[in-house]
Design a protein around this ligand. Structure first.
Ligand code: SAH
Length: 362
């Protein structure tokens, strides 16, 4: 078995090279080729000795996914369907905006959490991504996007908001984020990486110690009864404890935590919900991101009207809560939040179970 060097961060590469009798600086040389130059052919890495290049060819590899499709939206967003070595497919999305470009990265093949409004959840779960498969999404996107005319970075921000729950694939996600942050990797600052979670409380505490990137939490409801229905993980990790974990994450005078709130018509979008949300977030250094619901086939939900979203926004804003309404991007290519489906075999057999229940009910 060859070692996939994309699975190793800088410390891992130093160990790898020293085990082969090589100096530690080989790690940064290799990283510059892979992440700086986009080169994955060992033979082309001319500052490595010939012997080392031959050695790498026999014992190591840089395993990249296959680009199955590459869709460009009318608004400039771009979505790649990537096939992994075992045939599973995942999706990665690029969202260009004025002054920045954000890559939305997947952390798992499918998702276990079963949030009722999310298309990935409806597909079921297959497996965790390796850290190499996570960082490869940046490698593929950076290569496909090429150089910008003005020398600005095209991928200036990363959001761990693609398929999957990143905190349920903790070690691999943290290792991949380490490469994103590394000067010899993608050199992003912690501020420019956002990890979004449905609220895995113990892992939030751990993340603060290991890699305190910007945190986003998928709240979606101001009370446990409603949140239990939308985000079933809430039964294990209810709102009050979740908000305590968020406060601890933000710490004294640290950055705010973003709370995502999907706007579902007639479900969580009334004036009363907005006021309850204000009360619920009292004392939490928060900003709220209102996300208009993005529909997918066979969903029972509908997007709140623009008027309703505006009204909800005003209640929060007037109460002094920093709020933005996220513009929907890439919905013509099914690249918007919650629409990523990939292609994989569902090990949880969720699709089967859902179909069976629907048949019984009808
Ligand atoms: N598991 C992580 C990250 C993945 S989803 C989490 O739960 O945060 C990224 C964001 O998109 C989450 O806030 C999620 O709740 C939201 N989302 C999921 N489905 C959606 C949909 N159909 N419309 C709008 N947002 C959705």
């Amino acid at each position: 078995m060859k070692t996939n060097l994309l699975d190793l961060d800088r410390a891992g590469l130093v160990d790898f090279f020293s085990a082969r009798g090589e100096k530690g600086f080989r790690a940064t040389q290799l990283m510059k080729w892979i992440y700086g130059q986009g080169v994955t052919d060992f033979a082309a890495m001319t500052n490595l000795s010939k012997g080392l290049r031959a050695d790498l060819q026999s014992c190591a590899e840089l395993r990249l996914p296959l680009v199955v499709s590459d869709h460009l939206s009318d608004d400039g967003s771009r979505k790649w369907l990537l096939q992994l070595h075992d045939g599973n497919c995942i999706e990665t999305v690029y969202i260009p905006e004025a002054g920045r470009g954000t890559l939305c990265v997947s952390s798992q093949v499918g998702c276990m959490l079963n949030c009722s409004f999310c298309s990935t959840a409806q597909q079921g779960f297959n497996r965790n991504l390796s850290s190499g498969e996570i960082i490869a999404q940046l490698w593929v996107a950076a290569g496909a996007l090429g150089q910008s005319v003005d020398g600005e970075r095209l991928i200036s921000n990363v959001v761990m908001m693609g398929m999957g729950e990143p905190l349920l694939n903790y070690d691999n996600v943290v290792r991949a984020m380490g490469i994103m942050l590394d000067d010899f990797g993608y050199g992003l600052s912690k501020r420019r990486i956002t990890l979004s979670t449905a609220g895995v409380i113990p892992a939030i505490g751990q993340l603060r110690k290991d890699c305190d990137v910007s945190l986003a939490v998928s709240l979606h409801a101001p009370d446990d009864l409603l949140r239990n229905q939308l985000v079933p993980l809430n039964r294990k990790y209810p709102i009050r404890e979740l908000l305590e974990a968020c406060k601890a994450y933000a710490g004294e005078g640290r950055r705010r935590v973003t709370f995502e709130y999907v706007m579902l018509a007639g479900v969580n979008d009334s004036d009363a919900h907005a006021r309850q949300l204000v009360r619920c977030l009292k004392g939490v250094p928060a900003k709220i991101n209102l996300i208009p619901f993005n529909p997918f086939p066979e969903t029972r939900y509908q997007r709140s009207s623009n008027h309703r979203i505006q009204r909800f926004f005003e209640i929060l804003n007037n109460a002094g809560v920093v709020t933005i309404t996220r513009r929907t991007r890439g919905d013509d290519i099914d690249a918007a939040c919650g629409q990523l489906a990939g292609q994989f075999q569902d090990r949880t057999r969720r699709r089967e179970r859902v179909q069976k229940n629907t048949r019984v009910a009808s």
